[in-house]
Write a new protein. Structure first.
Length: 74
C-alpha cells in the first residue's frame, strides 16, 4: 500500500480561514466579518484559545445574491 506524500493536501477537507483571510476574500473589513459572525450570518468555529476560524464554503454560502429589478420604459 502506497501512502500519499505528507506535502500533498487532500482536497476533500474543508478549508478554514482566519478572520483576516475571510475579510480579504469577501472584500470586507474584519470588523464586518466579526459582526456577521456575532449575528449568526456567517458560522464560525473556535480553534484553541478563542481563535475563530471560518469555513470557506460556508463563507461563500452566507453571501446572498441580490435580486435585480428590470426598469420598465414608459
Amino acid at each position: 500500500m502506497k501512502s500519499e506524500p505528507a506535502t500533498k493536501r487532500r482536497t476533500d477537507l474543508p478549508v478554514y480561514l482566519s478572520l483576516v483571510e475571510a475579510a480579504e476574500v469577501m472584500s470586507m473589513s474584519v470588523k464586518t466579518i466579526r459582526r456577521r459572525v456575532a449575528d449568526g450570518t456567517i458560522p464560525a468555529y473556535t480553534c484553541g484559545r478563542g481563535t475563530l476560524r471560518i469555513r470557506l464554503d460556508e463563507l461563500e454560502e452566507a453571501m446572498r445574491r441580490v435580486p435585480t429589478t428590470e426598469r420598465r420604459r414608459a
